[in-house]
Every structure is written in C-alpha cells, then in structure tokens.
Design a binder for this molecule. Sequence first.
Ligand SMILES: [Zn+2]
Length: 81
Amino acid sequence: MTTDSACEKAKAELEEFLHDELCREDAADIRAHMATCADCSGEHAVGRVLTDAVKRACNETAPEDLRSTVLARLRDLQASH
Ligand SMILES: [Zn+2]
C-alpha cells in the first residue's frame, strides 16, 4: 500500500533522482516506491524522456528557445502535482 506522503517524497525528489543527484539510500527509496506506484513510475518515465531531451539539447548547440521550452514543460509537470 502506497501512501500520499511516499508519493510526495518521490515526486519532490524526482528531479534529483533523474539527474543522479540523490544519495544511494534516497534513490533506492524512490526506486522501491516507483515499483509499487503506477502514478510515480509514469511520472518518472515522462521525466526521463524530458531529462534526456534536455541533455541532448545541452550537448548539441540547440536553439535557446528549445531548451527553455523543455525546461518549462518539466516545471509544468512538477507544478501540476
Ligand atoms: Zn507514488
């Protein structure tokens, strides 16, 4: 059974998780939660796609407006929960 507070924690730390900025224990907590929570794992899947898009945008000499569009979508995604 997942709890709302577990979802809040997972979503709050999702961005750090996607950027591999969490300590091993916190990352393991989120991974374990996503294994049991379709909502958070779905959000992670979307976040992973966007994060990869940002990484590509940053590695290539992407137009600045594309980069900010992707970043804005990431923020919208997080703000909507
Ligand atoms: Zn959850």
